[in-house]
Structure formats: C-alpha cells, structure tokens
Design a binder for this molecule. Structure first.
Ligand code: DAH
Length: 339
C-alpha cells in the first residue's frame, strides 16, 4: 500500500499538462470519486492496524500535494490563455506623439544655419541690460525717444537697468569681448512697452548681425543680405534698399525683399507694392566702434537686425502675432520640421 502512495506521488510530481482538458482529466484520475487517491482512502480500512498511522499520514500528504499542484497548474494555464488569446502581440504599438517646433524656433534655426554657412557664429547677450549697451554705446543721444519710459521696460530706472529693446546691445558686447575680425549673429528676445495687437507685441525676437574687419564695405552688406534673402525666401528673390536712419549705423537702410507670395506682382500681403520690409541695416557708425574699443581708423563694419515673428508670419501666412504666444496646441502642431 505504501508503495502505491509513492508511485502516485511520483506521477503527481512529474505531471505536465498541455491543456486544461488534460489537467481536468488528471484531476478526475487522481481525486475524482473513483480516482486513484480516493481509491486508497476506501482501502484504508483494510490496512493492518500497525501500518494505519504511517499510511494515513502519507496518504493525506499525497492528497494535499495533488490538490495544490492541480490548483497551481490551473492558474498558470489561465494566465497563459490571457496572453495568447486576448492579446495580439503583433498589433503596432500606440503611436508616440512627437512634439513640433515652434514657428519662431523654425525660422530662428533656419536663419542661424544660413549665416553659419557664411562663417557667422552665434553670440549671446543678457535680456536684462544696462543703458550703456542698449543705448549709449549705440550712439543714442541722451534725449532720444526710445529711452523714454513709453518704449522701455525699466527693471530699475534709477540705476538704468532695463529689458533690452533690441538685440543691437549684443553688438556692443561682441565688440567688447572680441578683437576683429568679428562675424557674429545674436538671436534673442527683446521687450518693448507697446500695446498688444494683431501686429505688435511687448515681447518678440530679433536676430542681430555684425561683421567688423578691415575694408568692409556697403557692397559686402548688400551681397550678404541678398544671399540670405535667396537662401531663405527662394532663389528668385530680389532685395531693395531704402535710405533710413538708425543712430548706430551710417549710412542706414531699410531692406525689402520681393514678395514671395506674388513673386513681386503685387498682392494684399505686400499691399500691392511687390516688396516686403524685413530688416534694418547699415555701416556701423564710427562712434559705436570707438565706444566698444575698436579702432575706427583701421576697421569698418556692417550690422543688420531683423524681427523673427515678422519673418515667421510672412513665411507661414500668419496674420495675427498673438497666436505665436498663446501655446494653442492646435496651432503649434501644424509645424513639423526636422530643423
Ligand atoms: N535695432 C533695430 C531695431 O530694433 C534694428 C536694426 C537696424 C539693427 C539697423 C541694426 C541695424 O544692426 O543696422 O529696430
């Protein structure tokens, strides 16, 4: 009898079912009413008294072991069923939603890339500035209206600490920090105390360009800007320079590009002029060179400054500047690019 218990124990130990039907069959075979283990219980009464104790104990152990093993196998077969029947592992995973670049960042990256090809490196300056770098060193007369509280956000008016109103301040920092030849562009945020409307904002972005060397001429400036315009707006783009005034350049010019929407024929974006104004430029005033520690008898240079929002609006046909700062995902996700 004990031998029989041992044999059944080995069978229970070794049993590996392929299916839940096979497992159920095994359960009936072992623990069913007429199963092998149940059979041994009915035979218990025939066991000689002196063996009853040992036989009874091992039979109980066998029964518990078989019950536990069957329960365990049942569970693992159920788990397997879940993975193999209810889950299709060949389905594609949930798509990862990629973000998109902000249109101002796209335009910024493209412009930095174009000027990098001409040897311009990026030079950064602070957004919180002093009067010297934003105005005085740039040849602004003391009574110039741009210094007025109307336009400038002062952080501390007594010490003349302010938010820069243009990135031209970085010109001064670049000249203070480097010796010519200097070829830098300075992208960044600028602030002006202006009413917010579809056309203007109190915070926007500019890129300032500066080139200082011996014998730099207005022709170099014109050719550089023409190259930029063709690279950015397309190879058929033309530029036009109109005389203008900035305290820090002499002579100064406003630069227009032929309208990329109508090709110069005239449309409502260029207001039927065929041209769009995109930047200010000129030859660096000798007073600015002197103020920044550059010998104006040896060196000349040109500078230019452009507004990124304006260029982004022209490029993408955006008619209201405010959408650029509202962070509306429905607007932003339209701009996908590798830049
Ligand atoms: N700083 C000017 C502005 O904010 C833009 C500008 C004009 C920059 C002419 C220049 C320049 O360097 O030469 O409107």
């Amino acid at each position: 009898m004990l031998q029989k218990v041992k044999e059944l124990d080995i069978q229970v130990e070794a049993f590996v079912p392929q299916s839940s039907e096979e497992l159920e069959q095994f359960r009936i075979q072992m623990l069913g009413k007429k199963g092998a283990i149940s059979q041994l219980f009915t035979e218990f009464k025939n066991v000689p008294v002196e063996q009853k104790r040992e036989f009874g104990a091992s039979l109980n152990i066998l029964k518990t072991k078989a019950q536990e093993k069957i329960a365990q196998l049942k569970q693992s077969l159920e788990d397997k069923n879940v993975t193999s029947h209810n889950l299709d592992l060949s389905l594609p995973a949930d798509p990862v939603k990629l973000g998109s670049r902000h249109p101002v960042a796209l335009v910024h990256n493209e412009i930095v890339d174009i000027f990098a090809r001409l040897g311009f490196t990026v030079f950064n300056g602070p957004e919180i500035e002093d009067d010297w770098h934003v105005f005085s060193a740039l040849n602004f007369p003391p009574e110039h209206p741009a210094r007025d509280m109307q336009d400038t956000f002062f952080v501390n008016q007594k010490d003349e600490v302010l938010l820069r109103t243009h990135t031209s301040s970085v010109q001064v920092r670049a000249m203070e920090a480097q010796k010519p030849p200097i070829r830098t562009i300075a992208p960044g945020r600028v602030y002006r105390n202006e009413a917010i409307s579809a056309r203007s904002h109190c915070m926007f972005h500019q890129i300032e360009g500066l080139y200082i060397d011996k014998d730099v001429s207005f022709a170099d400036l014109k050719q550089t800007l023409l190259y930029f315009a063709k690279e950015f707006f397309g190879k058929d783009t033309k530029i036009r320079m109109r005389p203008s005034y900035f305290p820090f350049t002499e002579p100064s010019a406003e630069v227009d590009v032929s309208c990329s929407l109508c090709g110069g024929k005239g449309c409502n974006v260029c207001k039927y002029t065929g041209y769009l104004e995109i930047l200010g430029a000129g030859m660096v005033d000798p007073n600015v060179l002197k103020a920044s520690g550059i010998d104006d008898k040896i060196y000349t240079g040109y500078a230019f400054g452009l507004g990124l929002e304006r260029i982004a609006m022209l490029k993408y046909g955006i008619t209201d500047i405010r959408v650029l700062f509202e962070n509306d995902v429905r607007f932003l996700e339209q701009f996908k690019s590798v830049f």
